[in-house]
Design a protein around this ligand. Structure first.
Ligand SMILES: [Zn+2]
Length: 498
């Protein structure tokens, strides 16, 4: 990504914190098919194969490591010296006979209007300003309130809004069978874009606002996301209701909490596709894209995730005449992710509310193989910390419901990988500062020995790897306060030897 130098101009080791953006220029040039830069950047940056990331930029604003800055200004200048890009920033000082607050207000007013010179000069949209005390020692001194630092504050700009009329409400069926209404409105211009559709979220929201076709409403576009209907200006007396039958499969719909849901769980193509997409995304099977999944389901080759493992090269080649080479890479990408760890195997099945992190909680409590999980009772599940009665219900009924799929997966050659149990099992380890071995090596080492990597020092850590265990850096002091054990790199390596 742009803004990240390949070589630093100092021997600093540590982390930089920042935000990934897609500039308006690159959005138009490379991702014109994506509705907005924010969603495009989010999608592209999550790809593990890195395709397209060269068109993204990272704007860095914080340095984390064993280096102390006096001011925010120093920190930004250091980042600049390293060749990094940063957000637009400036130091504001009190005017000659004013207060610091006057300076903040002046800066705010400079940016707030959407058509302001300052905002137009940027090649990306912003939704507000962050004002920080320049003096970092003073920031620390002020401390936090409700986990928010008192030395910084974020101001959000007003949302852009316009009046329009609802012409239609369409219902889209999501991966989980949930029907989501979208209002079609008379086109209005908001923040430089023509808006024709707006979110109305769910039936409860529609009822709360009292909106229906023909209603005059206020459309709001906030922070460059999808616009929404914010309020009813003048109604027609008729409030929209949801469809009785699913627009995808004609199955009957029911209310599930605040949402209308298709009840045809096993036969609704939207839900079948959703479960397969969820499996593929959880397991990170890169070559099996969304369009291909749609086609496999439509061709009736795949009806549930177990069918993926019955696909032959011939089957794949037959889809869209994709050719031998592409078919082979899809096939290999699927089987490369086998064996699968137990948490992913069960967590990717699309059992409501049950993801891989829930399964890890169960594994830690001793339910560490498939048989134990399948034999688990509702009350046993509920007794485990972090599960609760709702999840326990979904887990037990879900596993029962998915038993045939699980059996077919296993019969089709999917294997479950045993959990690594090693001398670091139970240890949650963060690393700070410079290390002799590469950080990636140490992290792999921790995983290989059954330990867990933590990206930052926090309550859940058990160990902090640091060059000098007697360090008085703020991080070391904080870690000691939390009762985290400070160890050096060599001790870590020895710890694993037992
Ligand atoms: Zn349906």
């Amino acid at each position: 990504m742009g803004g990240v130098p390949s070589v630093l101009k100092s021997d600093f080791t540590g982390s930089f914190r920042g935000e990934i953006i897609l500039t308006k220029t690159n959005h138009k040039k490379y991702f014109a098919d994506k509705a907005n830069p924010r969603n495009a950047a989010s999608g592209v940056s999550k790809r593990l194969d890195g395709v397209g990331v060269e068109h993204l930029d990272i704007l860095l604003y914080q340095v984390i490591g064993d280096i102390d800055f006096k001011t925010e200004e120093d920190q930004f200048n250091f980042l600049k010296l390293q060749g990094c890009k940063s957000p637009n920033w400036s130091v504001v000082r009190p005017p000659s006979n004013g207060t610091p607050a006057d300076a903040v207000v002046a800066a705010w007013e400079g940016y707030q209007a959407f058509d302001s010179k300052l905002r137009n000069a940027l090649d990306y949209d912003i939704d507000g300003l962050v004002i920080r005390l320049n003096d970092i020692a003073k920031q620390i001194e002020l401390g936090e309130k409700d986990l928010r630092p008192k030395g910084a504050i974020a101001f959000k700009f007003d949302n852009a809004s316009a009046e329009s009329t609802i012409r239609d409400i369409i219902w889209q069926v999501g991966n989980s069978g949930r029907l989501t209404p979208v209002a079609v409105v008379d086109p209005v211009m908001l923040v430089g874009a023509e808006v024709k559709r707006a979110n109305v979220y769910n039936l409860a929201y529609i009822n709360e606002l009292g909106i229906g076709i023909g209603a005059k409403v206020l459309v709001v576009r906030a922070n460059d996301v999808i616009p929404r209907i914010e309020e009813l200006i003048k109604g027609t007396g008729i409030i929209a209701t949801g469809p009785k039958y699913c627009p995808e499969c004609n199955g009957p719909t029911v209310m599930d909490g605040e949402n209308l849901t298709c009840t045809n769980t096993d036969g609704c193509p939207a839900q079948i596709k959703g479960r397969i997409k969820n499996w593929v995304a959880e397991l990170n099977i890169l070559e099996l894209g969304v369009t291909l999944i749609d086609k496999l389901v439509e061709a009736k080759l795949v009806n549930d995730v177990s069918d993926l493992y019955k696909l032959t090269l011939k089957d794949l080649e037959g889809i869209d005449r994709m050719g031998e080479k592409s078919a082979k890479s899809v096939y290999e990408s699927l089987w490369k992710m086998n064996p699968i760890t137990l948490d992913l195997f069960v967590g990717a099945l699309s059992i409501t509310m049950i993801g891989s992190s829930t399964i890890r909680l169960l594994m830690e409590a001793g339910y560490d193989n498939l048989d134990k999980l399948m034999d688990m009772t509702r009350s046993e599940a509920e007794a485990i910390k972090g599960i609760g009665s709702t999840k326990a219900d979904f887990l037990v009924s879900g596993l029962e419901k998915y038993t045939p799929v699980i059996q077919r997966l296993l019969a089709n050659g999917v294997k479950i990988k045993a959990k690594v149990i090693g001398s670091l099992t139970g240890a949650k380890i963060a690393i700070t500062g410079s290390t002799t071995n590469k950080r990636a090596f140490l992290e792999q080492f921790i995983t290989d020995n059954g330990g867990e990597n933590k990206s930052s020092v926090g309550k859940s850590c058990t160990h902090l790897v640091i060059a000098d265990v007697n360090s008085t850096s703020s991080k070391a002091v904080a870690a000691r306060k939390l009762g985290i054990k400070l160890i050096d790199e060599e001790s870590l390596l020895n710890l694993a030897k037992g």
